[in-house]
Design a binder for this molecule. Sequence first.
Ligand code: 5GP
Ligand code: ZN
Length: 138
Amino acid sequence: MRKDDCIFCKIAAGEIPSTTIYEDDLHRVFFDIAPGSEGHCLIVPKNHYDDIFDMDEKAGADLFALATKVAKALKEVTGCEGMNIVQNNGSIAGQTVFHFHMHLIPRYTGDTVNVGWVPGEADMDKLSEMADKVRKAM
Ligand code: 5GP
Ligand code: ZN
């Protein structure tokens, strides 16, 4: 499953070079070309999925299993103090490459990474109602 003119399909297939950390039949892990911090890398499935909404659960489970391994190795090598795992879906959410990918962003004291939101106030009645609806939709 690949999409014409998708840069990550080409990188995943090795047709466009990348600094690859790891590769298997289903994934390629490589350093981000514009890193937010030292060691910022991307985990990309070789199959094309536009985003998480396009992806099957097995592919998601395989990818997260790999992310768990890579995160630990990356922490060991970089000596980072923490790590953000970021995964954007849709332009509204900051996605710029429309082939599913997961960012692993090591964190260091004094870095310039900014992953955040303004905390809101929870309406407990609304939350319960939404919890029921989402559970039914699952
Ligand atoms: P998004 O904003 O879609 O979550 O993230 C896309 C990421 O892909 C960005 O952090 C960007 O720097 C990275 N990126 C885009 N094109 C390339 C490329 O050709 N090679 C590599 N290694 N990273 C890329
Ligand atoms: Zn693709």
